[in-house]
Design a protein around this ligand. Structure first.
Ligand SMILES: [Ca+2]
Length: 201
């Protein structure tokens, strides 16, 4: 193999390793995204609880729906979930930096849920809100993934703002979208390796 090719492969390898490290360092994380901590029991909404990661606010009702809430609420589909209503908010201070998407599951009563990062609405396929279709907590939860957003290092506020009716929210998470350039680099590297291997045989 020519020296120039060996050098090119070495540079590609180092770039790839550096980019993978870059995407892992400072990744955005969401605390208690499944709303399971602490575990509550009973048939009623636990209003404005103090729980790790999240802050409930507003004059209308909001809180945690226990996993065994079987009354008017129905049974949440994945353990406990958050429930916010009529302009109430649910917020978390997150840190980390880089390009990320936010995912979560939601159900509700024909309402509209707005999700903001530092008071700017996240978009979902270009739309700055999501619909909570009818069926209440008994209905199937729908997963939404925000369009990718790039954030600087430091604290940021992720906030869910209820519409006119209930929104049930669960499994909030942040994910690093796979950069197209890393895929391209990986493909190129495999191609070069195979080519070098064929020449040696
Ligand atoms: Ca849950």
């Amino acid at each position: 193999m020519k020296k120039s090719r060996i050098l090119a492969m070495a540079v590609l390898s180092m770039t790839l390793v550096a980019m993978i490290n870059l995407s892992a360092v400072g990744a955005v994380t969401v605390t208690n995204g499944g709303f399971e901590d602490p575990a509550y029991s009973g048939d009623q909404l636990v209003p404005f609880p103090s729980i790790p990661g999240w802050t409930f606010a507003g004059t209308d009702n909001a809180g945690i729906l226990p996993a065994d809430a079987t009354g008017v609420w129905g049974i949440p589909t994945d353990g406990q979930c958050a429930a916010i209503w009529g302009g109430a908010t649910l917020a978390q201070t997150i840190s980390g930096s880089g390009t990320t998407t936010f995912t979560f599951f939601v159900q509700g009563y024909d309402s509209v849920l707005t999700v903001t990062l530092d008071d700017t609405p996240l978009t979902f396929g270009g739309t700055p809100s999501v619909s909570t279709v009818g069926g209440g907590v008994n209905g199937p939860m729908i997963q939404y993934t925000s369009d990718p957003i790039t954030i600087d290092a430091g604290d940021h506020t992720l906030k869910f703002i209820a519409g006119s009716s209930w929104s049930f929210i669960d499994n909030v998470a942040a994910a690093v979208p796979e950069p197209a350039c890393i895929t391209l680099l990986t493909t190129g590297l495999i191609g070069l390796s195979m080519r070098a291997r064929r020449k040696r045989i």
